[in-house]
Design a protein around this ligand. Structure first.
Ligand SMILES: *[C@@H]1O[C@H](CO)[C@@H](O)[C@H](O)[C@H]1NC(C)=O
Ligand SMILES: *[C@@H]1O[C@H](CO)[C@@H](O)[C@H](O)[C@H]1NC(C)=O
Ligand SMILES: *[C@@H]1O[C@H](CO)[C@@H](O)[C@H](O)[C@H]1NC(C)=O
Ligand SMILES: *[C@@H]1O[C@H](CO)[C@@H](O)[C@H](O)[C@H]1NC(C)=O
Ligand SMILES: *[C@@H]1O[C@H](CO)[C@@H](O)[C@H](O)[C@H]1NC(C)=O
Ligand SMILES: *[C@@H]1O[C@H](CO)[C@@H](O)[C@H](O)[C@H]1NC(C)=O
Ligand SMILES: [Cu+2]
Length: 586
């Protein structure tokens, strides 16, 4: 396998920057066999029979056209992560939010005017397709970059599983996993491989674009023997900040500048350490510290590996080069994120006790076909967790993370300001502006909310459309940790144009494409998809676990099931599942 990544001479590119172009990619979504970690060959999702999926490179003001043919055996869609898609919400991609997925054998063309620059990525947004490999960097060059550098490398970090997503998610959401332990990856990858190499030429300055395309893993990034300076977060150019390492959670991006040594006598190790705190169990065979190599000369030996302390690092300290207007919010939503065993006895996620469940009609189509009712949240169904906002209002979302895990939250269609962050639950009595940053706060599209902390974000509702707000840990999205922002519904019919092909796809899949969340008129929501709800009463976590195991043991006719500890959950669940399967066979 070719391990080195060709670098792009950005300065040369800038010098010849021409007018906006239409840049076309033809992407047949195909299954491919691959063994990216060298440990296990499996079926993955690639493009044009290739894996890893090649990067997309465009320039500000281009139009990106992706002709997709779905050659998988299930429907698919693509989301360009971090792109505003102004007036173009129908191209955003999440299945059943802005479109019906592309049926098997069908094709669809995503046409995306490029209004931003920086480091992004594109990934499947139906089921867990991105966990199975359907993910690639999407790099948007700026003919007038804020910083000067000679070359660039893209460093895409990802976790890797040996089992297919569908198998894992079924176990994850089953009643046999009452503590909600997420599947732990088998490996970490850099550019979808082991031991990726990055060539450095003495004295040159490199822009490294680091993208975390993980399903779960959080990495700490550092390079032996070199200083790094952060210059971009999630597409926003920021003032230079020297760091020795920085954490990057699923879906986030950073660009750093690194100057190559002029007197290197060795090559150096590049580190992406997976943070074990993200995993319920760290299997002994999992190599947490993923490495690549900075190659000055293939003939050089490797400098001895350094151990580094992970930097304490607050992304809210990063200062955008171009400040954005700020305003007090017109509407505030406070969302409490929790995981618990619900009344279907599976461990699911909820914001304010609502577990996201896909509607029968893609939410965007409900907004476009229900007339004036489209400003009434009820029409979208309770379980899409709709939050209706008016055009150009300033919206503040406060996320209280009441879960023992850390969660990276992502808003589609916007970049948001990080205006507050504190320990514990958000306290509305803390006087403004003690809690809030009022001048040029950091902006990004994915923010980590650590356990038992809260973060407040703000954005202006200047992009009519339907935008998902969700945890970007794929397992947690599937567990329902999502809400839907219905932005300026009164303007959507004027501003958005649905490609008739999308409607053909709904028809082919038997998915209704008009009416409320149940596919009916008015507010008659009978037959809408509903989710599990919290268990009644005051169950303690332990009590629920005991209850679930009583039910399971009754179900399976097993005499006793001993509950050890969270760590053994997966093992127990596997044993039970095996016992159940054996029973079903007889
Ligand atoms: C995109 O650019 C990156 C470097 O920026 C390069 O590694 C990659 O080969 C380019 N891909 C294409 C398809 O041009
Ligand atoms: C991109 O387009 C905008 C609006 O047409 C224009 O103001 C801007 O100068 C363009 N930028 C580049 C780098 O071409
Ligand atoms: C795309 O689908 C249309 C039918 O909607 C078909 O006529 C066309 O041949 C397909 N194109 C490709 C490239 O598969
Ligand atoms: C990627 O994100 C995941 C989930 O937040 C995190 O566990 C992992 O450490 C991140 N990887 C890197 C290299 O930052
Ligand atoms: C991974 O790297 C970190 C930081 O360099 C170090 O503290 C830790 O001990 C390493 N872990 C393993 C399992 O090698
Ligand atoms: C506000 O911004 C400053 C830097 O400008 C940063 O140090 C601080 O952590 C931020 N506060 C919050 C609550 O995010
Ligand atoms: Cu999460």
């Amino acid at each position: 396998m070719i391990a080195s990544i060709k670098s792009l001479a950005v300065l040369a590119l800038a010098a010849t920057a021409a007018q906006a172009a239409v840049v076309t990619y033809n992407w047949d979504l195909t299954y491919v066999n691959a063994n990216p970690d060298g440990l296990f060959e499996r079926r993955v999702i690639g493009v044009n029979n290739q894996f890893p999926v090649p990067s997309i490179n465009v320039t500000l003001n281009d139009t990106l056209v992706i002709n997709v043919v779905n050659k998988l055996n299930e429907p698919a869609s693509l989301h360009s992560h971090g792109l505003f898609q102004t007036g173009n919400a129908q191209m955003d991609g999440p299945s059943m939010v802005t479109q019906c997925p592309i049926p098997v054998g069908a094709n669809f063309t995503y046409t995306i005017p490029i209004e931003q620059h920086g480091t992004y990525w594109i990934h499947g947004h139906n089921k867990g397709h991105y966990v199975d490999g359907l993910r690639a960097p999407l790099i948007i060059h700026n003919p007038k970059e804020a910083y000067t550098y000679d070359e660039e490398h893209v460093i895409a970090l990802a976790d890797w599983y040996h089992r297919e997503h569908e198998v894992m998610v079924e176990q994850y959401l089953s009643i046999f996993n009452p503590s909600g332990a997420e599947p732990v990856p088998e490996s970490g990858l850099i550019n979808q491989m082991q031991n990726a190499k990055f060539n450095f030429v003495a004295g040159k300055t490199y822009r490294l674009r680091i993208i975390n395309m993980s399903a779960l893993a959080m990495f700490h990034f550092h390079i032996d023997g070199h200083e790094i300076e952060i210059i971009e977060i999630d597409g926003i150019d920021v003032e230079r900040k020297k760091v020795t390492s920085f954490p990057i959670t699923a879906a986030q991006r950073y660009s750093v500048l690194v100057t190559a040594k002029t007197d290197a006598k060795t090559n150096y190790v590049l580190h992406a350490d997976m943070d074990p705190s993200m995993f319920d169990v760290v299997p002994p065979e999992l190599a947490l510290n993923v490495t690549g190599t900075i190659v000055y000369n293939e003939a050089f030996s490797l400098a001895p590996e350094e151990t580094s302390n992970w930097d304490e690092f607050n992304d809210a300290d990063l200062v955008p080069l171009i400040p954005e207007a700020m305003s007090a919010p017109d509407q505030q939503f406070v969302l409490n994120a929790v995981f618990s065993v619900l009344n279907d006895y599976s461990n699911k996620a909820a914001f304010n006790d609502i577990t996201y469940v896909m509607p029968k009609v893609p939410t965007l189509y409900t907004a476009l076909t229900t007339g004036n009712l489209n400003s009434n949240p009820e029409v979208y169904g309770k379980y899409t967790h709709p939050m209706v906002v008016k055009h150009n209002e300033w919206i503040e979302i406060v996320i209280n993370n009441d879960d023992p895990g850390n969660h990276p939250f992502h808003l589609h269609g916007h970049i948001f300001q990080i205006v507050g962050r504190s320990e514990g639950k958000y306290d509305p009595s803390v006087p403004y502006p003690g809690y809030f940053n009022t001048t040029n706060p950091a902006r990004r599209d994915t923010v980590l909310v650590p356990s038992e902390q809260n973060v407040a974000i703000r954005f202006q509702a200047n992009n009519p459309g339907v935008w998902l707000f969700h945890c970007h840990i794929e397992w947690h999205l599937q567990a329902g940790l999502a809400t839907t922002i219905i932005e300026a519904p009164e303007l959507m019919n004027d501003r958005l144009k649905i490609d008739p092909k999308h409607i053909d796809h709904c028809k082919a899949l038997g998915i209704p494409y008009s009416g409320n969340a149940a596919g009916k008129e008015g507010l008659d929501l009978e037959g809408a998809n509903v989710g599990p709800d919290p268990l009644p009463g005051t169950f303690t976590a332990k009590g629920i676990v005991a209850l679930v195991f009583t039910i399971i043991s009754a179900l399976l006719g097993l005499a006793t099931i001993i509950w050890y500890a969270r760590e053994d959950d997966a093992v127990i669940a596997a044993q039970i599942a095996k016992a159940k399967a054996a029973e079903e066979e007889h």
